[in-house]
Design a protein around this ligand. Structure first.
Ligand SMILES: [Cu+2]
Length: 374
């Protein structure tokens, strides 16, 4: 791809730790799924460093092509509670579209899957020693896909999400990351062998989505065993008491899919409005006053999971599928199919602010809106 319009995607400064991610890409063509990235973290000198080694992993696919109908996992989020009203409206819109003879809207599939730019088995392994504590910073650099990651015989202790330290450290067997999400985990290396750390999807792992973890003194074929079934629940990393105070104002947003209506691509709307594809800046739909605290109540009237991203601010997760939570700070959150999620943020960074789904095919077909400060 040629046109390198750089967007500063994410800048985080919390607890003295900074994570920058840059993404470059033109407006949508198949090639725009080949976004470029860079990741770095700066830590202060006083950081005690309760780990022995630090490893950065960027998950990214190549050679995209369009298909109709995807196979991405959609049922891993907890809580799993759906809102009947959203489901009824989404399902009936889909039925009506299909009854009119429309096909399913395009999705993107990929041929090659990589960790740090190498397909599984083609790069250097992560070499570890028994007893080491390895801090992994994992970035889902995909333009469109949700990724999972497991390491047989090991668990991940989640220490930060999107560069923000979490209030509760919890151990999980599997990581799930929506597009552009970052998870930092510590793994105690206490299960010697040669292992594949990879995506749960056999097809994606079979096409490269994994990296070998090799203990000192061990050689041979890297092994994979699927983990036990588990769910991904952001509230496991939350404060133990949900203690959110009422915001100054609440923005209601309903996300909807207009199946295959834009030359075979799904058109996406927020409160019935698709961000115009013909112009780069539309008038802001939501207005902020500096210093005020806002809640965004997101209602997903589609069956897709949307990794929703707010630029220039971090938000606190305050309700996940009907369950109150607090203390988890992020700038991307996956909103499950027919689910509701609420996030709170303080308007503390004046300027035009983009809000969008980070799935490239969604944001390029309407799933964006602007906030401004008034
Ligand atoms: Cu989306």
């Amino acid at each position: 791809m040629g046109c390198a319009e750089f967007r500063l995607l994410l800048v985080r400064l919390v607890s003295g730790s900074i994570t920058h991610i840059f993404e470059a890409g033109p407006t949508l063509t198949v090639d725009s799924t080949a976004v470029r990235w860079a990741e770095f973290t700066l830590e202060p000198q006083h950081e005690p460093g309760n780990y022995d080694r630090e490893v950065f992993l960027v998950l990214k696919e190549f050679e995209p092509s369009f298909s109709q109908g995807g196979d991405m996992a959609q049922d891993f989020l907890a809580p799993a509670t759906r809102v009947k009203e959203l489901e009824t409206s989404g399902e009936s819109a889909m039925k009506t579209s299909l009854a009119r003879g429309m096909p399913h809207g395009y999705e993107v599939g990929y041929q090659y899957f990589t960790v740090n730019g190498r397909m599984l088995g083609h790069g250097e392994p992560v070499r570890v020693k028994q007893g080491e504590r390895v801090l992994f910073h994992v970035l889902n650099g995909s333009a469109t896909e949700i990724r999972s990651l497991a390491l047989p015989g090991h668990t991940f202790r989640v220490v930060a999400l999107d560069g923000n330290a979490v209030p509760s450290l919890a151990e999980v067997p599997v990581l799930w990351l929506g597009t552009a999400e970052r998870v930092s985990v510590v793994v105690e290396m206490n299960h010697p062998g040669v292992w594949i750390m990879g995506d749960l999807a056999d097809d994606d792992r079979g096409h490269g989505m994994g990296i070998v973890v090799e203990y000192a003194g061990h050689r041979g074929k890297a092994l994979w065993t699927p983990p036990k079934a588990s769910h991904w629940d952001y509230s496991r990393f939350a404060k133990t008491e949900a203690t959110t105070s009422a915001p100054d104002d609440t923005f209601e947003m309903t996300f909807a899919k207009d199946n295959a209506s834009e030359k075979g691509f799904n058109r996406w709307t927020i409160n019935g409005v698709a961000f115009p594809m013909s112009q780069s800046v539309a008038p802001a739909s939501f207005h902020l006053r500096q210093g005020k605290r806002y809640r965004i109540r997101m209602r997903n009237a589609s069956d897709d999971i949307h990794p929703i991203h707010l630029h220039r601010h971090s938000f606190e997760l305050t309700k996940l599928a009907g369950k109150s939570t607090s203390g988890v700070m992020k700038d991307v959150v996956m909103v499950g199919g027919y689910q509701e999620v609420e996030v709170d943020f303080t308007a503390a960074n004046p300027g035009l602010t983009l809000f969008h789904c980070h799935q490239q095919l969604h944001m390029d077909f309407g799933f964006m809106t602007l906030f401004d400060y008034v």
